[in-house]
Design a protein around this ligand. Structure first.
Ligand code: ADP
Ligand code: ADP
Length: 232
């Protein structure tokens, strides 16, 4: 469970401070696919990046499973980030590492022994349907395949939460549907809670159980996807 309690975020300090999230107060439940919808600059990325403290709140609190993470540092911060996978629009793979070594990277950080890292990466490659591609480099793969590698890497430490920042925005419509299917399987079969940023209503309709619409740093609407998008 991810609870935002009157959470605020400003960039800059003093006279330059600029508040981009004003009073975010809602809860994402375990096992949900939760969509964050809004136009460019609305604050979607900033909101989602506070969950793993890539951005730190400047007011209010965030609780994960009842624990206030807002001030986590050092070991706590490392443990938090390990529990939360993240994927991006442009995949953010390591170009100098093979597919296998992209996926083992978080396990290296976690200090897992090599045999365990490789076994885990091979299982994940199978999960995302890329078992033949372990020794390729990212530049040798299509966009959809690169996003599958990024998904496998995000799952390496068995996170309970995965953050998806415009994960299908760089993909064509057929590939988008395939990646959304994979994300839904990860949600249903592994029980991973997904927080999905999108500017696309069709992505939200396809995969999200609930959505929050954000505009100018405020949540302006929230509800079940089926109800919000029902035609009157
Ligand atoms: P979205 O993801 O909805 O496009 P963002 O969260 O990226 O929105 O941005 C929200 C607002 O915060 C925008 O006005 C943006 O310019 C500003 N912003 C984002 N990141 C930074 C930063 N690192 N420093 C200063 N302002 C930022
Ligand atoms: P099994 O019983 O064969 O482990 P699961 O459906 O539980 O089947 O898991 C399938 C694969 O997904 C296994 O490799 C498992 O380690 C991995 N897995 C399970 N839970 C998670 C999770 N939360 N995040 C990432 N991978 C996971």
């Amino acid at each position: 469970m991810i609870q935002f309690e009157h959470m605020k975020k400003s960039y800059g300090v003093g006279a330059d401070a600029h508040e981009v999230l004003h009073d975010v107060d809602f809860t994402i439940h375990d096992g949900e696919v939760f969509g964050i919808l809004g136009s460019s600059g609305a604050g979607k990325s900033t909101l989602v990046r506070t969950i793993n403290l890539l951005e730190r709140p400047t007011g209010g609190r965030i609780l994960i499973d009842g624990v206030d993470i807002s001030n986590a540092t050092g070991k706590e911060l490392k443990a938090l980030r390990a529990k939360i996978g993240m994927i991006f629009q442009n995949f953010n793979l390591f170009q100098q590492r093979t597919v296998l070594r992209n996926i083992t990277f978080p396990l290296e950080l976690a200090g897992k022994p090599k045999a365990q890292r490789v076994a885990r990466a091979e299982r994940l490659l199978k999960l995302v349907g890329l078992e033949e591609y372990a020794d390729r480099y990212p530049s040798q793969l299509s966009g959809g395949q690169q996003q599958r590698v990024a998904i496998a890497r995000a799952l390496a430490n068995e996170p309970k939460i995965m953050l998806c920042d415009e994960a299908t925005s760089a993909l064509d419509s057929t590939t988008t549907v395939q990646i959304l299917d994979l994300l839904r399987r990860i949600n249903r079969e592994l029980g991973v809670t997904l927080v999905v940023i999108t500017h696309s209503l069709s992505v939200a309709r396809n995969i999200c159980d609930r959505v929050a619409m954000i505009d100018g740093g405020n949540i302006v609407e929230m509800g079940e996807t089926a109800e919000l998008f029902a035609n009157p």
